[in-house]
Ligand binder design. Structure first.
Ligand code: FAD
Ligand code: NAP
Length: 873
């Protein structure tokens, strides 16, 4: 093709355009409009022959949106909302394409789009601070900013099947469907692939074809779309207050304004669970699946109940039991791969001329000249339809040879998975933006909401640069690494990484397995993006006109669930404990404890009484469900020596009991201010002595104990170890100190950094100390174990600290001091955690890793004892 004349003078003078945009789907069109509005010169380059993107290419029969039409549409132009009426709940591809064509015409966008123009390379020129873009037409275009609105699902995946090129019949790809349409009447048709595209097209192809054979490698979960008119309640909600409705969508979890469930699936009866699932099945809405309960994508047990419900429906609909079983997904949790919405999909397999071939049983061997061979059968076809999906998210971006600073290519930079800041930019590639790039909510949301948010952010960013006389923007390496970590932290508390999905890059051979989108929610994501700007473009270097502004930093350092918890607590505006009397504070903490998840089942729980230093103490014993006898851990609860009981730490003890397969004896001790220092320490020591003397009565294995405690309980565990050393017994083989108080000094940096915002505050710690010990007593090692002159000879230790805890540095100091004294110590610093989060079982899922490590340490302490016994025998 001849070079485009309009770009012929590209490399001289001013750049050709302020902005070059790749793509003219939902994203490219809105970008062009917004850039123009802000006075930037912009050109869009589009490989297709017209606007529409996804809806230009994917013209297969049955193609529709799976987010309701009223939601899956632009909100930037309020007039558009009145002049365009959607005809159905889920609009067809032609209708959505007409809509996008209408938007392009209304805003006269086509005049700035070069169609049938594929961008092949983009190179950053640092001397002129411009991008040089090359296209398949041989054009060279320069621009200040290069924005890829190239789509997440626009690069079809190569069907990696032997013999693909030899078939002599008709070949179709759902992702590149011919514009003329296809007539399958009287034909024998094969469809390969049962993702959303396959599931939408199969019933309609079956309706035409003489014979249809579906080749399925992995069954997917699908629920009926129940297409038809837009549900009246939803329409009324939308029509009643369009601006309000859109705003709620923007601040919702998935870009659709529906209510979130507030309860977990295992917290209701089987009848109620079933009733909710029936409602989801009847509603025919994809986002409803993940929102039936608040833990569907978090808790395997909860998710499995929904999986089984859907499998039950499949078994009821599909009459041939073998086919029904083959259609039942068993290899992934529902929603961890994009679930599908269908119209008569399962019913189609009851038709006599439709057959399902289960490639798990008889794998696909090759495509032949006349059809398809599996390992057990040869099939002949007139047409083969590939519904085999996309090289998603990164595919369209790295398909362009993008070269940033110092000749580094994006392909190389992303060889092990994409690295981005906010999914918008990537370090080393200045002035390069991606709309709905990897690391942003994109495909896990209503894309139109995410697209608008990204376009608005990018355009406002360019405007801010212009207003501040700056030209170049690039994220810092620290900001990018922090964001990538946050994206992974969000994914890792969900079930998503367990599935072989295209979200994980698992569908493309050789693609790195990395969770590509951001699952923290469109609301949380929007907040983070806004905060970056409000904090002066945190995490960016911005330069131009002799200025260079570096604002390095990480936008999200807390674990995502900890962040959510803190936000929820802040919304409740809870009164500070230190402004209450001890009695009121105790009552208040008990109330809070009553509403949290209960923790796992253990084999047995026995409440009892043991003699303390000043009278009887209550204890609660947790026995694992496995065959005993078990080794015994003595546990001390937290609560600043003032609050707490074996009830307050019940879920934590259950969790550790199950994970470490040890008996836990959680001992109550006398509280301050009624009983000040050293009452708690003396009770703790008395309890350990009594338990050591009664191990067999308690069903434990005779031998050394482990002591464990959290917070003030960690303080007591540490103190007990020192007291046992001094008293020459009882034998303790390990101490686990979870975010312990080890010193009365408030001067360490963690008190300043974390003393105000993370539940345990400096003023609350003051209140605790004031109640527990006179200033004169606080430096006693029985109150501040770090003050002991000699720490040698103490039991092996695990010290757990939390990054955002005022007590972090004193915990670390105690670990270091014990190690210096020759004690075998492991220090486990927990990134992104706060003082209270590690014990919040089933609430703070990101704490589960730390609890697993605590339990592993406990097992290890006991193994070391057993090894020693064996060696001595
Ligand atoms: P696209 O629509 O993919 O447009 C990108 C454009 O960039 C394409 O036209 C492409 O030709 C062009 N392009 C790419 N690379 C180059 C290059 N190098 N040079 C020139 N041009 C290039 N999302 C939802 O939220 N709800 C839905 O219901 C939904 N349904 C979907 C149904 C199907 C069949 C598919 C495939 C996806 C669906 N999606 C859905 C996701 C959908 O991709 C987005 O909703 C949205 O359409 C993306 O818009 P976009 O402009 O970002 O990208
Ligand atoms: P997909 O979900 O990736 O499904 C591809 C299918 O092809 C899978 O069943 C896959 O099996 C199969 N496959 C791929 N390679 C194969 C091979 N070599 N041999 C045999 N089978 C093979 O792709 P998609 O259906 O096009 O959907 C992609 C995404 O686009 C969706 O998840 C959704 O986000 C969007 N979409 C939405 C709609 C909608 O309803 N609005 C419609 C279409 C697409 P395996 O699972 O075993 O790999």
């Amino acid at each position: 093709m001849a070079p485009d004349s309009e770009f012929a003078n590209a490399s001289f003078g001013k750049p050709d355009f302020d902005v070059v945009v790749v793509g003219s789907g939902f994203a490219g069109l809105y970008l062009l409009h917004k850039l123009r509005e802000l006075g930037f010169s912009a050109k869009a380059l589009e490989a297709a022959g017209d606007v529409g993107g996804t809806w230009y290419w994917n013209r297969y029969p049955g193609a529709r949106c799976d987010i309701m039409s009223i939601d899956y549409s632009y909100s930037f132009d309020p007039d558009l909302e009145t002049e365009w009426q959607w005809s159905e709940k889920y609009a067809t591809q032609p209708e959505i394409l007409r809509y996008l064509q209408h938007v392009a015409a209304k805003h006269d966008l086509r005049r700035d789009i070069a169609f049938e123009t594929r961008v092949e390379s983009a190179t950053w020129d640092k001397d002129s601070s411009r991008w040089l873009i090359r296209t398949n037409r041989g054009a060279e275009i320069t621009c200040r900013y290069y924005v890829m609105a190239a789509g997440c699902l626009s690069k079809p995946k190569e069907p990696e099947i032997e013999g693909c090129d030899c078939f002599r019949g008709e070949v179709y790809y759902t992702s590149r469907w011919p514009h003329r349409g296809v007539d399958f009447t009287a034909k024998r048709v094969a469809v390969i692939g049962t993702g959303s595209s396959g599931i939408q097209s199969i019933p309609l192809i079956a309706a035409q074809a003489k014979q249809l054979t579906v080749f399925q490698r992995t069954p997917n979960f699908s629920i009926p779309a129940r297409n038809g008119p837009i549900p009246t309640h939803r329409l009324a909600d939308y029509e009643g207050d369009r601006a309000g409705y859109r705003e709620r969508a923007r601040w919702s979890r998935f870009g659709v304004p529906i209510e979130l469930a507030e309860i977990g699936a295992m917290q209701v009866s089987e009848e109620e669970r079933r009733a909710r699932y029936e409602a989801v099945w009847e509603a025919g809405e994809l986002v409803g699946i993940g929102l039936a309960f608040n833990d569907i994508i978090l808790n395997p047990k909860s998710n499995e109940t929904l999986c089984e419900f859907i499998r039950g429906k499949i078994r009821t609909i599909v009459t041939n039991p073998e086919t029904a079983e083959a259609l039942c997904p068993t290899d992934h949790y529902v929603a961890t791969k994009r679930a599908c919405l269908d119209t008569n999909y399962y019913e189609t397999f009851n038709l006599d001329h439709v057959r399902l071939v289960d490639l798990r049983k008889t794998p696909l061997a090759r495509i032949t000249e006349t059809g398809i061979d599996t390992t057990s059968e040869s099939f002949e076809f007139d047409a083969i339809v590939y519904a085999t999906g996309f090289d998603a998210m990164t595919g369209p971006i790295v398909a362009v040879n993008i070269t940033g600073r110092n000749g580094v290519t994006l392909r190389n930079k992303w060889a092990d998975g994409p690295l981005s800041y906010l999914g918008l930019m990537t370090t080393g590639f200045p002035n390069f933006f991606a709309v709905t790039g990897p690391g942003s909510p994109s495909v896990l949301s209503n894309m139109t909401v995410s697209i608008e948010q990204h376009v608005d952010w990018i355009c406002n960013c360019l405007k801010d640069l212009r207003d501040e006389n700056l030209e170049v923007i690039e994220p810092t390496a620290t900001a990018e690494a922090g964001w990538v970590q946050h994206v992974n932290d969000c994914a890792n508390i969900t079930l998503f990484p367990t599935a072989n999905s295209w979200y994980m890059g698992a569908n493309v051979p050789g693609k790195p397995r990395v969770f590509l989108p951001y699952i923290g929610g469109t609301d949380a994501y929007r907040t983070a993006c806004n905060e970056v700007v409000a904090r002066g473009y945190l995490g960016f270097v911005r330069s131009g006109s002799g200025q260079r502004r570096v604002n390095d930093g990480v936008i999200r350092r807390l674990q995502p669930d900890v962040q959510m918890l803190l936000e929820a607590m802040s919304a409740l505006n809870l009164p500070p404990l230190e402004e209450m009397s001890p009695e009121a504070a105790r009552a208040f903490s008990s109330e809070l404890s009553a509403v949290r998840p209960p923790g796992p089942e253990v084999g047995e729980i026995v409440d009892g009484v043991l003699p303390g230093a000043g009278g009887d103490l209550d204890y609660r014993l947790y026995r694992p469900a496995t065959a005993g006898p078990h080794r015994v851990v003595v546990y001390f609860h937290g609560g600043g020596w003032v609050l707490g009981s074996h009830d307050s730490d019940d879920p934590f003890c259950r969790d550790l009991c199950v994970r470490s397969n040890a008996v836990f004896v959680s001992v109550n001790y006398r509280h301050a201010p009624e009983h000040c220092f050293p009452a708690a320490a003396e009770d703790a020591f008395a309890a350990v002595r009594w338990i050591a003397d009664h191990l067999e009565t308690l069903g434990g294995v005779p031998g050394p104990l482990v002591v464990c405690g959290w917070s003030a309980g960690g303080n007591l565990a540490a103190v007990v170890c020192q007291m046992a050393r001094a008293a020459d017994g009882p034998a303790i083989c390990g101490q686990v100190l979870v975010t312990p108080v080890t010193d009365c000094d408030f001067l360490r940096p963690s008190y300043n950094e974390n003393g105000a915002d993370y539940v345990l505050t400096k003023s609350l710690m003051n209140w605790f100390w004031d109640h527990y010990a006179d200033p004169a007593n606080r430096t006693d090692p029985k109150a501040s174990p770090l003050r002991a002159n000699d720490l040698s000879g103490l039991p092996r230790a695990l010290v757990v600290t939390a990054e955002f805890d005022p007590l972090r540095d004193e915990g670390a100091a105690y670990a270091e001091a014990m190690a210096s004294a020759g004690v075998e110590v492991k220090h486990l610093p927990c990134r992104g955690q706060i003082h209270t989060s590690l014990t919040a079982v089933d609430m703070i899922l990101s704490g589960a890793g730390a609890r697993a490590e605590i339990s592993a340490a406990i097992r290890q302490f006991f193994h070391q004892v057993e090894d020693l016994v064996m060696r001595n025998n």
